[in-house]
Design a protein around this ligand. Structure first.
Ligand code: NAP
Length: 271
């Protein structure tokens, strides 16, 4: 599995696995899918206290039992919990549900009312205590990132997790350039367009056929040029498909650029 430097954390696989809504899926299959992803090298597992109100963290904890040292584990605090004390408490609760003593990455899920500096102080305390290895943000546009940088100082923000798929390339305007300049990893969420959102597209299907890949593999390879990518699946056979990395040549990239053009900047979208 290809890796890339993840902010200050060193190499991390470019392809990981999301877990949103897994509590709605067959539990045995979801656990098998997570374990299959780890086996295939998709070891960045992304979850959040929000998902199924803690049920998904429990499910992830069950899936990674015995495999913790192979996993790059990320979770998120909700803005409504992101006061200084609330963040410390939320992290403890996530660790308990996940059955681990530390997270590799802890994110502010999106911006809320709490001043950023207050949440970041809690993140730094958790880091000093060894409860998280690094922290980052999610759904931040370039103005939010400027403010976050002022509140935290350089080198502290490991990543920004944002919406990015073939039909939604807005982050290429301002967010990716900002993150590249400041050494902040970009993590693409909903890279398959979320549930039911994967595009039916003749050019995409033609490219996939030409290179002996599937349309989803082509989509992920396109996004992985610029971001870490965390598709979600609760199906081991779907994970097998997602984990097969493919190379796109310049012609295929140009065709995809034309079929899924970058729309003008209208602010950062989120789900
Ligand atoms: P996604 O990964 O774009 O799409 C997931 C959908 O694709 C599921 O319905 C899944 O169904 C299906 N799928 C996956 N592989 C497939 C395959 N090989 N064949 C057919 N269908 C396939 O959607 P997402 O869950 O919204 O985004 C990914 C992750 O990003 C989330 O799970 C979450 O961890 C994170 N996220 C973060 C935020 C944020 O605000 N920070 C927001 C949204 C998402 P099956 O399960 O049946 O395979």
């Amino acid at each position: 599995m290809r890796t890339r430097h993840f902010g200050p954390l060193g190499p991390v696989p470019v392809l990981g696995l999301g877990t949103w809504n897994m509590e709605r899926d067959d539990r045995t299959s979801a656990i098998a899918a997570i374990r299959r992803a780890i086996e295939l090298g998709m070891t960045h597992i992304d979850t959040a206290e929000l998902y199924g109100r803690g049920k998904v963290e429990q499910l992830v904890g069950e899936a990674i039992a015995g495999l913790r040292d192979r996993v790059f584990l990320a979770s998120k605090v909700m803005p409504s919990n992101a006061t200084f004390d609330g963040t410390l408490r939320a992290c403890e609760a996530s660790l308990k549900r996940l059955g681990t003593d530390h997270l590799d990455l802890y994110l502010l899920h999106w911006r809320g009312e709490t001043p950023l500096g207050e949440t970041f102080r809690a993140f730094e305390q958790l880091k000093a205590q060894g409860k998280i290895r690094a922290w980052g943000v999610s759904n931040f546009d370039d103005a939010d990132l400027d403010e976050a940088l002022r509140a935290s100082g350089p080198g502290s923000i490991a990543c920004n997790q944002v919406l990015y798929h073939l039909g939604e390339r807005t982050i290429e305007h301002r967010v990716i350039p900002w993150c590249t300049e400041h050494g902040v990893a970009v993590v693409a969420y909903s890279p398959l367009g979320a549930t039911g959102g994967f595009p039916r597209s003749r050019p995409l299907e033609a490219i996939a056929k030409r290179i002996g890949a599937t349309p989803r593999q082509v989509a992920l390879a396109f996004l992985a040029q610029r971001a870490f990518v965390i598709p979600k699946s609760s199906s081991p056979s779907h994970v097998d498909e997602l984990a097969r990395e493919i190379e796109l040549d310049a012609a295929a990239i140009a065709e995809l650029e034309a079929a899924f053009p970058l729309a003008p900047w209208r602010g950062l979208p989120s789900l």
